[in-house]
Design a protein around this ligand. Structure first.
Ligand code: NCD
Length: 348
């Protein structure tokens, strides 16, 4: 398998590339949301629930910290991050791992002209796990593939690369939906609206991929025309028989949905160009709450700006702060899975 070159690897369909990053049902690297299938998702949800409940007692926390105290993680986060960085650091610490980080490339030898690739190779010498977020689309998959042939074959997790993918955000979003709908027949057959900058919002893109693991999901993709969901995702939805409609009027659909996933406009990718996009039809305000079903959950990966009025925060349907917490538990579960201590947790 590893006899293919990087160029050949990158020519493959993503579903074929995913096969390089799994061995004996265990992820060697997490790069794409497409690497999760339903059995793996459900195992991770069960594991995250177990980590969460063990963490309620001192004995449980000490047990979790005894699992990976001999492992070190590198957090290479050269793009802004609050929740993802901190929740990954907390997830590592929950399992007893120690962490180091590079957050500002100006403090690394990249300023002396070292390539990112060499920097990553060095991290892989000192550490047992690399968790990374950086702006270059496609870099994470290249490194993850190359890492397979570097000594030690250290695992790598994509914590958001370019505008393309953010698989662990989608994982925590799905875990949140799974918990929300736990007592309401589960996530199958639910109608979910994704709102905002669907073109450049990597969280919405990755979540759309993950939702195709569920039966009978109907998606409403609500975005200004200029920021509509890209064709690759729509193609994936079609191939997986996930029905979707596109609209630029989110408010017209509020009464019919079971969950709404708000996202912000990703204008850091505009690179100074002035846009004349009409954002007036985006945004959830307190006055819209009565239109929603009594159990329509409101999600947002955060950070938010004005897409969700703060007056909504106290509504029981608002679960965006729960999402942030869930991220820590599910990331601990993912790391436990990658380091094969999942059984220890479930059997404790
Ligand atoms: C997202 C990201 O960085 O892609 N944030 C996050 O990870 N929680 C969403 C965003 O920045 O809008």
């Amino acid at each position: 398998m590893s006899t293919v070159s990087l160029d050949q690897f990158l020519q493959l369909r993503i579903s074929r590339r995913c096969q390089y990053f799994i061995e004996n049902n265990r992820l060697l690297a997490l790069v794409y949301a497409q690497q999760f299938d339903r059995p793996l998702l459900e195992n991770l949800f069960r594991l995250a629930d177990a980590v969460r409940s063990l963490s309620e007692t001192s004995d449980g926390r000490l047990f979790l910290r005894s699992l990976l105290p001999d492992r070190r993680a590198m957090l290479y986060f050269t793009q802004p991050s609050t929740r993802t960085f901190l929740s990954f650091a907390a997830a590592c610490h929950i399992l007893g791992m120690s962490t180091a980080d590079v957050r500002d490339p100006a403090t690394s030898s990249e300023v002396k002209g070292e390539t990112r690739q060499d920097a990553l190779r060095i991290f892989s010498i000192y550490h047992d796990l690399i968790i990374m977020r950086q702006p270059e689309a496609g870099f994470c998959e290249k490194i993850a593939f190359q890492m397979l042939s570097w000594p030690g074959r250290k695992p790598i997790i994509n914590a958001g690369s370019g505008t393309d993918q953010h698989p662990t955000q989608a994982l925590l979003d799905l875990y949140t939906l799974h918990r929300c709908f736990g007592r309401a027949g589960g996530l199958d057959h639910k109608k979910i609206m994704l709102v905002g900058d669907l073109k450049r919002g990597r969280t919405a893109r990755s979540l759309a991929y993950l939702l195709t693991n569920y039966q009978g999901i109907e998606l409403i993709l609500a975005a200004p025309d200029e920021l509509a969901m890209a064709e690759d995702i729509k193609q994936h939805l079609r191939e997986n028989s996930t029905t979707f409609i596109e609209t630029n009027d989110m408010h017209a659909h509020l009464a019919e949905i079971d969950a709404i996933y708000m996202t912000r406009i990703q204008d850091e990718w505009d690179q100074g160009s002035k846009t004349s996009i009409d954002y007036s039809r985006l945004g959830l305000q307190a006055k819209h709450l009565t239109a929603l079903k009594p159990h329509c959950y409101i999600l947002h990966p955060l950070p938010r700006r004005r897409e969700i009025q703060t007056a909504i925060d106290s509504d029981p349907r608002a679960v965006y702060f729960d999402q942030a917490e869930n991220g820590m538990w599910i990331r601990a579960a993912l790391i436990a899975h990658m380091f094969a201590v999942d059984k220890d947790i479930l059997e404790h």
